[in-house]
Design a protein around this ligand. Structure first.
Ligand code: ADP
Ligand code: MG
Length: 685
């Protein structure tokens, strides 16, 4: 079998199952092997209720004390009852497993595995897995992979498919022996196997290290090549600084900060230098990057060219579009903008494509839709990507190629120190907006338990009365067997509406809504037609509603701290005092202490690092602070030390053999040809 074979070639995978895999973007055996577990389950020895730890998976040996009661609520079947051991009694709830009715019997003893909770001094076990003594003893002590799934696809089906693929495919080593030796790396085939089916934790860590090594190594070597290729390229779109930009800066209702001014000049110098710009603007949330993008777009269009701005979400793209339209009208700017996103109707898209090609618009704002093949631009001289960390290098490069090598400006709020930025954005020049606008007051934070909710609502009401707005973040969209008792947007909104006075305007937002609906809600929130927005983390990136002064995060313990830091960046964007309330769904002191890190620091990198320290290596999965840079396994925070070492190694390799033509690098060269971003022509180096 071959890497690129379709998964349908595997035994036991027919059309129907294959389609489920496709939903997860798994098409080939290669995709399958790189679909790594999102977690592992370790089946440890059963414990007594009295000594069982809370909020982590445990196994209990319990006897069911009576018949279960089964109810249907909306589409959900819920079964509840009690069970006990010698040390106590626990209430048990099942969601959506009607067949359990016939399995679970009063008086019988089972091994039940799940997360134990304690509420009002009563133990509660939600949706446990049930095992017989024999089934359990087979699993004891092993690490079972848990995969991301989709409805209809079971973990077992994925495990079987991966086992087959592993035995069918032989991974060849491509790294030179020297590097393997120096970094004490395990072989690639061993790494793939142990990542899926580790015999123990140590082996999993070694496997992960090897795979992270490969990810970083390939990435960095590609960047070095890209830099060589882009450096000093003469631009097809020479520009001059125009009076329009200076006029706009003069007319803004605020004065640009010194940092913004400095970066404005750096960008303008690039654009007018005659060479191709390749620049990153790095600046914490709220530092005012958008206006810098607008100024660059303005320079491009007043020089008679087209320009484009890409954002990772439709909500953000729409917001940028609306803001640009607003300043265009207000300051009589020469922008002729258009919005192009995935949800534009096909007929409309066609029309927009024609108009873009004809040059009817001079600035095109949108999502990934901007880099689709069918979009043909007209003298596209400048491409700007907002929240670049959400895109890959490849997308950035494709975007630039939409012009005749357009000037590239990317923006990111990922909080990383300069040393790391230089590595991760190795092919770009970096500008830093290291100053917040002067009118900002630091956000006041608190970490509380759920019993504080009532007080919090009181506080929220007082802010709403002042005309301010509020975000409430829940980790889940709706109640389901997978939601594990976490707060969900739909039910939370209902509960909130029942609790607060009718005059308070409450709406919700989540990623599963239709794009047009999402935009409608977001616009209504921006227009102050909604007081409280209950939302998932879809609002995490870029959204700017300066009138929002409170953010309350439910089940805050479920988020990485770096993500919480990004989230709270949605408030504190105006001149009013803002407040962030992190509600912990557990009294576990460790999770409370972890959240409290957010109280005393506003430095995103420090926060991410502290988070990792506190969680310890046992929580490796689920610690990913961010999906930044599109790495599959590597985490730029957790693996920052390895990243720096690899960067040095790449330099050493290229210094020794820039063309990778000696025999020891032949495997590497082939690997790069096949696996790196295909715009870099490794064949020709
Ligand atoms: P980010 O860097 O997170 O993208 P934005 O560009 O969205 O931040 O800016 C956040 C808010 O700050 C916006 O409402 C913007 O109008 C405002 N802003 C930008 N620059 C300044 C400034 N120099 N003084 C005051 N407010 C500013
Ligand atoms: Mg922004």
């Amino acid at each position: 079998m071959n890497y690129m074979d379709n998964i349908i070639t595997l035994k036991g995978i027919g059309d129907k199952t294959a389609k489920l895999f496709y939903k997860l973007n798994i098409y080939t055996l290669h995709d399958l092997l790189y679909h790594f577990p999102r977690d592992y389950e370790v089946y440890d020895t059963p414990v007594n209720l009295a000594i069982a730890p809370l909020d982590v998976p445990v196994t209990l040996r319990l006897t069911v004390t009576g018949n279960f009661v089964w109810k249907k609520i909306r589409s959900l079947t819920i079964g509840s009852g009690f069970a006990q051991d010698d040390t106590g009694k626990v209430s048990i709830v099942f969601f959506n497993v009607p067949y359990m009715k016939n399995i679970i019997k009063a008086g019988e003893t089972y091994l039940m595995r799940g997360k134990l909770k304690k509420e009002n001094n009563h133990w509660k076990l939600e949706h446990p897995k049930i095992f017989s003594e024999e089934e359990y003893s087979q699993k004891t002590g092993t690490m079972q992979p848990c995969y991301s799934l989709t409805a209809g696809l079971t973990n077992n089906t994925v495990i079987k498919a991966i086992r087959q693929a592993i035995s069918a495919i032989c991974e060849e080593e491509y790294l030179p022996a020297e590097l393997i030796e120096k970094y004490q790396l395990v072989s690639r085939s061993c790494a793939i196997r142990d990542m899926h089916f580790p015999s123990d934790y140590e082996h999993m860590l070694l496997a992960r290290r090897r795979l992270v090594f490969d990810e970083f190594f390939t990435f960095i070597i590609s960047l070095r090549k890209l830099k060589e290729y882009n450096e000093d390229a003469v631009s097809s779109y020479p520009m001059i600084e125009t009076a329009e930009t200076l006029r706009l800066i003069e007319s803004l209702p605020y004065k640009l900060t010194d940092a913004q001014m400095r970066v404005y000049h750096e960008v303008t110098d690039d654009l007018t230098s005659g060479k191709c710009m390749n620049r990153l603007i790095q600046g914490d949330v709220g530092s005012g990057k958008t206006i810098l993008a607008f100024l660059a777009l303005l320079t491009a269009i007043t020089n008679g060219y087209q320009s484009a701005l890409m954002a990772p979400t439709e909500i953000l793209a729409t917001q940028h579009y609306e803001q640009l339209c607003m300043i265009t009208a207000k300051y009589k700017l020469p922008f002729k903008p258009v919005l192009l996103t995935g949800s534009v109707s096909t007929a409309n898209k066609k029309k927009i494509y024609t108009e873009i090609e004809a040059g009817t618009y001079n600035v095109i704002i949108g999502t990934h839709a901007l880099i689709q093949e069918n979009v043909i631009y007209n003298d596209l001289a400048l491409v700007v990507t907002d929240e670049q960390h959400r895109f890959g290098v490849m997308q950035r490069e494709i975007f630039s190629k939409k012009g005749d090598k357009a000037h590239v400006l990317v923006m990111s709020a990922t909080p990383i120190p300069r040393t790391l930025a230089i590595i991760l954005y190795g092919d770009l020049n970096i500008s830093v907006v290291d100053e917040l606008p002067a009118n900002r007051l630091p956000i006041k934070n608190c970490v509380v338990g759920t019993d504080y909710r009532k007080k919090a609502y009181g506080f929220i009401m007082s802010e709403v009365a002042k005309g301010h707005q509020v975000y409430i973040i829940c980790p889940m969209v709706e109640e389901s067997e997978l939601s594990g008792g976490l707060e969900n947007v739909i039910d939370y909104t209902d509960k909130l509406k029942a609790t607060l006075p009718e005059s308070v305007r409450i709406s919700y937002l989540h990623g599963k809504m239709r794009p047009a609906e999402k935009n409608r809600i977001m616009t209504a929130f921006s227009d102050r037609d909604i007081d409280i927005l209950v939302s998932t983390t879809v609002i995490e990136v870029g959204i700017n509603v300066p009138n929002a002064t409170v953010m309350m995060v439910e089940n805050a313990e479920r988020f990485g701290l770096a993500q919480l830091h990004q989230l709270r960046g949605r408030i504190g964007r105006g001149d009013a005092q803002s407040y962030c309330i992190f509600v912990s769904g557990t009294d576990n002191t460790k999770s409370m202490d972890r959240l409290k890190i957010l109280n005393h620091s506003n430095d995103g990198f420090y926060i991410a690092q502290e988070d990792l320290k506190m969680r310890g290596p046992g929580d490796l999965f689920g610690i990913r602070q961010s999906g930044d840079m599109n790495f599959k396994l590597a985490d730029i925070y957790y693996d920052s030390k390895l990243l720096q070492e690899i960067s040095q190694s790449v330099d050493d390799v290229l210094k020794e053999d820039r063309e990778l033509c000696t025999s020891k690098y032949s495997g590497l060269k082939v690997h790069l040809e096949q696996n790196t971003v295909n715009f870099i022509d490794f064949k020709s180096i």
